[in-house]
Design a protein around this ligand. Structure first.
Ligand code: IPE
Ligand code: IPE
Ligand code: MG
Length: 245
């Protein structure tokens, strides 16, 4: 499907999404929460396909937060199993479409089968350069910042500035570069909070809270969000174009 959206340089954009509302989507249909997560996984496939077609440079999806371990064990197992299946089933298609997969977050608490799927998908797609798709799994922005701070010092950057510190947030990011700042942060599900997602990278993100539940999220929602983003004036602390003219 051809995009009707005209963005000046989509390849420079980093879009991040807090994919929320799976449980409520299921509850409103009288179905178990796990059915919502399955439908949510289908929405992930649609969103990635759309991101490739629109030509985005980076997309980060919040798949499982470090606080989500507090959920019942069976829900956690379903979520992590869906992630494993997504990585195993979609990595071939990612390779075909030039999508580089990267998983960010802690890895030491993940089940071995998920870890194997992550490593295989990252290896398979490491030469891809069209879209960098980052999945945040067992992710906490505050923990990521603390971990980056612990890399400062002996053998590392001793007095980092913003740029070099940003590189420490995800040292394995392609080409040793810093993860680009988030341009547009979307949260579905109607809640208006960040839930410990990309706190550093979102310093100047434009934020959009959508009432749509994640399993209902389509390419049209992503395009509408990007049109809204394109209409905003980002000032980064300076004056507006009108005021400085
Ligand atoms: C998002 O949906 C999925 C994850 C947090 C992993 P939720 O499961 O949080 O759904 P709601 O917010 O309860 O509707
Ligand atoms: C944030 O959603 C985490 C993910 C979408 C993976 P939550 O549903 O866990 O967040 P809270 O609990 O509403 O803040
Ligand atoms: Mg939620």
């Amino acid at each position: 499907m051809q995009s009707t959206l005209t963005l000046p340089e989509p390849g420079r954009l980093h879009v991040a999404i807090i994919m929320d509302g799976n449980g409520r989507w299921a509850a409103s249909r009288g179905r178990p929460r796990t059915a919502g997560h399955r439908a949510g996984a289908r929405a992930v496939r649609r969103a990635v396909e759309a991101a490739v077609e629109i030509g985005l440079g980076t997309m980060t999806l919040y798949a499982f937060s470090s606080d989500n371990w507090k959920r019942p064990a069976c829900e956690v197992a379903t979520l992590l199993g869906l992630l494993r299946d997504y990585l195993s089933e979609q990595s071939g298609s990612c390779l075909e479409h030039g999508v580089r997969l990267r998983v960010v977050g802690r890895r030491d608490r993940l089940p071995a089968d998920l870890l194997r799927a992550i490593e295989a998908a990252e290896r398979l797609t490491e030469g891809c350069g069209r879209l960098t798709l980052r999945l945040a799994v067992d992710y906490s922005a505050r923990d990521a910042i603390v971990a980056a701070a612990s890399r400062v010092g002996p053998g590392g950057a001793s007095s980092p500035d913003r740029e070099s510190f940003a590189r420490l947030l995800d040292p394995a990011h392609p080409e040793g570069g810093a993860v680009p700042d988030v341009d547009l942060l979307i949260r579905t599900g109607g809640e208006r909070r960040l839930s410990d997602f990309l706190l550093w990278e979102c310093a100047y993100a434009e934020i959009l809270f959508l009432p749509v539940m994640w399993p209902d999220f389509t390419r049209a929602h992503l395009e509408a969000a990007l049109s809204d983003f394109a209409s905003r004036e980002r000032r980064f602390g300076a004056l507006s174009r009108a005021a400085s003219a």
